[in-house]
Design a protein around this ligand. Structure first.
Ligand code: ZN
Length: 155
């Protein structure tokens, strides 16, 4: 499968999931941005509409509960974020409950070669570790590094 085919397949899967997670309600980035006061829901710094993708400071919409975990495509499940913060969160989906951590462990146990690793994990520790990684301070620091890299490469 080529890279673009894989991407299309992934998009299709995401659309199917969105359809199955409940009715989609229309919303715009402007509406969510106004509602959230143009403050990033992850790092809690202001979001400036003057920036555009792929600048990490660009405004972006994030599903509070991930689509993959059954989150709906409705305004109530959306928040405004910096594009870079959103990307950061997607690369390490936060675990907020022990049930979520248990589900993650089960998934790992079924993955070839990861059974021993999965058995060494404690759901309580996983939640603690995840909460410690997903603080506004950490998002702010990561975004600053992304912006630095982006502006250096854009020159
Ligand atoms: Zn942010």
């Amino acid at each position: 499968m080529s890279r673009s085919e894989a991407r299309r397949a992934q998009d299709r899967l995401r659309r199917d999931r969105l359809r199955n997670n409940g009715s989609a309600e229309p919303y715009t980035r402007e509406e969510i941005g106004e509602r959230d006061g143009w403050i990033c829901g992850l790092c809690q710094d202001p979001v400036d509409r003057a920036y555009a993708h792929p600048d990490p400071r660009a405004p972006s919409l994030d599903h509070v509960r991930a689509v993959a975990s059954g989150g709906a495509d409705t305004p109530g499940n959306m928040r405004l974020t910096h594009w870079g913060c959103n990307h950061e969160r997607n690369s390490d989906t936060p675990l907020t409950t022990v049930e979520e951590a248990r589900a993650r462990v089960e998934l790992l146990r079924r993955t070839p070669g990861l059974r021993d690793y999965a058995d060494s994990l404690t759901p309580e520790d996983m939640v603690r570790g995840s909460l410690a990684r997903h603080t506004p301070e950490r998002y702010r620091a990561r975004l600053a590094r992304r912006v630095e890299r982006y502006t250096r490469e854009a020159r």
